[in-house]
Write a protein that binds this ligand. Sequence first.
Ligand code: PHE
Length: 457
Amino acid sequence: MSAAKLRRRAQRDTFGNSFGVLLALAGSAVGLGNLWRFPYLVGQNGGAAFIILYLIFVALLGIPLMLSEFIIGRRSRANARGAFRTLAPGTRWDLTGFIAVLCCTLILSFYSVVGGWGIEYFYKALRFDFTMGLTGDLSTLFSGFTASTWRPLVCHTLFMLATGLIVAYGVKNGIERFSKVMMPLLFIIMIGIAVRSLTLDGAGAGIDYLFRPDWSKVTSHTVLDALGQAFFSLSLGSGMVITYASYVKAEANITKICINTAVADTVFALIAGCAIMPAVFAFAISPGEGPGLVFITLPYIFSQLPLGGVIALLFFLALLLAALTSSISILEVVVAFAIEELKLKRKTAVWLCMSFIWLLGCLCSLSLGRFGSELSLFGRSLFDLFDAISANVLMPLNAMLVVIFLGWKMGRGVIADELTNNGANNPPAWYTKSLYIIIRWLAPAAILAIALFQWLG
Ligand code: PHE
């Protein structure tokens, strides 16, 4: 390796310690996916049966896939594209990295718009709008707001600026420090809300719904939704784990980090379920309200609840924090690419990437309102289209290429090296062996089957 290359590598930022890595990874995983997407999918798919399928997918596919991305990132110590260039020089595997960067660009553009909605609702909660003075129907309020022109754009801009500011401070001083403070705070707030919800009269029906499976409600859609949610929630197939893992020190135990991240993410999803469903049942609202659950149903519940104003404030604060610790990880994928592949300084890279994604986000936001017909393609608004392309096409495609790359191109030796930290620790043989089989055979087959189902169905 040339001296210049060695120097550049030595200058790369790293996470401070394993706990910081865990909180940053969990911060990325825990986001709108847990607080907004998971509860409404549970509601639409009949409760406990969906949750059980989700848990199976997290354990059987999610964790091995996360480990695969981790291995690629830590071994190469490079951004999502550079990782493949380093591990398989002279091949076209680096396209996998381009897919990841494109995927994150699209995800962040609509994620930031939803984050902006979070800002608006937090502001409303600050003024105690939900418990006092709010007139009119909450559903019209929500659709009126999201379809308006300026307000959502201003909120999206604020959310994007906050994201960029944190990422500009770098991995250790920005991302790690922010996640270390915010994740415990988020945890405490969500536990508090869950306790309030669980102690409501009539909360029992909600708990039954969450934990007693009704298998008759399971359709092929439930299975697909559960798998898609497992991917989205663990941030898989987006290059995020590759990028973060590239900042992890060589002695970190990657099995432990990945399992802990998956457990933390799942615990958060379940806490969000416990915070929302018991209240939904206590107020006799249908749980299957869909994406509006958090922005329409919950504010209604807050308006009826004793101490509802304070709970609303805490809930939307939690939503914002969760969204921010995820959005910084999405931006970091694109920024790390710009720094290392386009040779830009971090600050320049952040400004450039942020501005471009901000612009796409503006188009997403406008596509939900006045410019709906101009800003739509194939009969979908740009907002929906970016969501669908990233979650249903680019993420599975990237995940598939990642496991094929690791299982077939890199092979068993590389996997064993990384799992054992080059022989320093000694996991049981069955573990390395079964992981290898999952990565080489099971995961690609499962992703392919599911993608085919989804695209053909
Ligand atoms: N996992 C995040 C969430 O649950 C979303 C995300 C997707 C983050 C892809 C990073 C990369 O909200």
